[in-house]
Write a protein that binds this ligand. Structure first.
Ligand SMILES: *Cc1c(COP(=O)(O)O)cnc(C)c1O
Length: 430
């Protein structure tokens, strides 16, 4: 199997950077997420460079929901990344990670009055998703004695080749304002006294392995930008969103690169803004591309069962990695302590959750597995721990961060006590 450069096999063990994953599992217990900070930095730098080489006013805003650990945000913030934040929690995380408020965009289709007030208080640009929200934000800005900087989220209504649950720039999605209604939305914003439209935003979906939809979206966005300029909107940025996919099937998926993305999208962008006579910044919001391949989920084999299929029962399930269950996603798996052994048996990797759908990986050819082995689930860094739950009263696991020779916890393992501590006993049960 092809491995990315930060993963290797040494002495029969799977290794991340300079760290033996079997040893990390022994030291910290399982289940365990292990993340390579250097890989995240390398992915970010590559993305940023690919765009800035072709258009210097390019900015990468990390989509914080992909991996919301503050250590990840801090690492990216140090390199100059901004962030796409989708909740007050993500907004506060990005600020506490030291990111510049001017480099944040507050997205979301359902913001509460509290969310809007928070954005106003911190002076964060808001990507507005409806006219109702526009007027609520105008009122919140007035109440806060400030002017709110906004973009609208445009729904470019394209065909997006990805899993339907993560296709957003399609007519039927809940996100954004239809591209043919966007002009009147901006007119309404221009008429608001406490709101200043400064950008325009879209995000068409996630895990997209084909560059063409991004090009189509860019075409729609520069056309909209030209029309907006015509009605007097002064655009400081055009945000083309995230969504570049990664090759979860290491040996067979297409692997579009940031350079390919930039080479296809930036010329369309530059031609469009030149025609409009403007020079706004180009913003993008990758999440998955920056973090997915930086993490592995380590899970210990509890038992092996030979039934109608061969099951490897492990200690992590969809409580810790829901993507296979929710999106039928594929993740490569490696027996970390037998990484150089020949694959001879076919197994399905089953989690400990009380649901038939709790299968992390189906029908994989692996070396003969036995209790105590450590299974590494690759590419678990995006929408992995971020979507973890305490279902079945299972505490969420620890996360280790490595960088070069260093390694440290970036999140403690929860205990059952952490789960029960927010439960209160109603008086009649006391
Ligand atoms: C989720 C999301 C992203 C990031 O998507 P990826 O597929 O992880 O790159 C970017 N922008 C918005 C608005 C999002 O909701």
């Amino acid at each position: 199997m092809n491995l990315p450069p930060h993963l290797s096999v040494q002495g029969g063990h799977l290794v991340i950077g300079r760290h033996d994953l079997v040893a990390l599992a022994q030291e910290h217990g399982t289940p365990l997420y292990v993340t390579d900070e250097q890989r995240i930095c390398d992915n970010y730098t590559r993305y940023q460079k690919a765009l800035a080489t072709l258009y210097p006013k390019s900015k990468v805003l990390y989509a914080a929901k992909a991996n919301g650990n503050v250590s990840v945000l801090r690492a990216l913030g140090k390199l100059g990344a901004g962030a796409d934040v989708f909740s007050p929690g993500e907004l506060e995380l990005a600020l506490s990670a030291g990111m510049n408020p001017a480099d944040l965009l507050f997205n979301g289709s359902s913001k509460s009055p509290g969310d809007l007030a928070l954005a106003v208080a911190h002076g964060i640009t808001v990507s507005v998703d409806s006219l109702d929200e526009l007027h609520q934000l105008d009122a919140a800005a007035k109440a806060g004695g400030k002017k709110a900087r906004i973009s609208f989220r445009v729904n470019p209504a394209l065909h997006i080749p990805t899993h339907p649950k993560i296709a957003t720039g399609v007519t039927s999605s809940k996100f954004g304002i239809a591209h043919d209604k966007i002009l009147s939305a901006y007119r309404e914003a221009l008429a608001c006294s406490n709101v200043v439209p400064v950008g325009v935003h879209c995000h068409i979906g996630s895990q997209i392995l084909d560059i063409e939809p991004f090009v189509k979206a860019a075409e729609v966005m520069v056309r909209v930008a030209k029309e907006l300029t015509g009605i007097g909107v002064v655009l400081e940025f055009i945000d083309l969103g995230g969504g570049l996919g990664i090759p979860y099937h290491h040996d067979t998926d297409p692997a579009p690169t940031p350079e390919e993305y930039a080479r296809a999208v930036v010329p369309v962008f530059v031609e469009g803004i030149t025609a409009a006579g403007i020079s706004p910044a180009l913003w993008v919001e990758p999440g998955r591309y920056l973090v997915a391949d930086s993490s592995v989920l380590l899970t210990r084999v509890n038992s092996v069962k030979f039934a109608h299929k061969n099951f490897v029962n492990v200690d992590a399930g969809f409580n810790l990695l829901i993507r296979p269950t929710m999106y039928d996603s594929y993740h490569e798996v490696i027996v970390a302590n037998k990484a150089a052994s020949p694959a001879t048996e076919t197994y399905s990797i089953a989690g400990p959750i009380c649901e038939t759908g709790d299968i992390l990986a189906a029908d994989r050819l692996l070396p003969a597995v036995e209790a105590g082995d450590i299974i590494a689930v690759l590419d678990a860094g995006a929408y992995g721990f971020a979507m973890a739950s305490q279902y079945n009263c299972r505490p969420r696991c620890a996360e280790v961060l490595i960088k070069g020779k260093d390694k440290a916890l970036m999140r403690n393992r929860e205990t059952t006590e952490d789960i029960t501590s927010t439960m209160v006993t109603p008086p009649w049960q006391q």
